[in-house]
Design a protein around this ligand. Sequence first.
Ligand code: 13P
Length: 254
Amino acid sequence: MNKNLRKTVIAGNWKMNKTPSEALEFVKELAPIADNADCDVVACVPYVCLQNALASAAGSKLKIGAQNLHWEAKGAYTGEISADMLKDLGVEYVIIGHSERRQYFAETDVTVNKKVVSALAAGLKPILCVGELLAEREQGITAEIVRMQTKVALIGVEKESLKDIIIAYEPVWAIGTGKTATSDQADEVCGIIRDVIAELYDKDAAEGTTIQYGGSMNAGNAKELLSKYHVDGGLIGGASLKSADFGIIVDAAK
Ligand code: 13P
């Protein structure tokens, strides 16, 4: 299949950065970048910034996403936010299973799966993160880890829902370290994820799925990474907090 037939998505993950007031202003800088892009552009912002980000993005092509959700629709889950709450605000995307949540907040493949199912049921588009630790890469088990994370995350997900899911390959050792995977490493593992989709569903589904790379992607290396056959976009942390850098990355997807 021609890679250009797949949807390319560049998404910023602000992580725990920017106040609601800062978000209101910063999204005004991002909106024109999205309007001039050849790909979909998303900003995944902290919960408290969602409303301001949505207000600033209104009328532009910039899409707004959250960074997490709880899988239950409502109830006694103090401090948590449900998919329906996000949907009601007008949020379109939600990052699920980011390695920082797996590492610091005890997320497992099983809870990630519950969150994916719940997001889809509410009409949100999950950006499902998978990726290996440095020790796992050194042990030679990257493929096993990424295959397992992908397979468990997709339990109960129908083929028709795949068009609403983005998978982000984020090697944990490349996140916030300045240590990017080489474009060949990124392409290889994104290809492994595509093979898993083909095994679980079929080849058409696999060829149509958007698979991003994330991990120290920046203005300098984006073009090379995005040129790879299996890399259909990026999930950008640090470089999404500066509009000039983020704009260069979005341009690199052209
Ligand atoms: P960095 O781009 O800062 O390495 O973060 C990547 C990431 O975790 C995006 O979700």
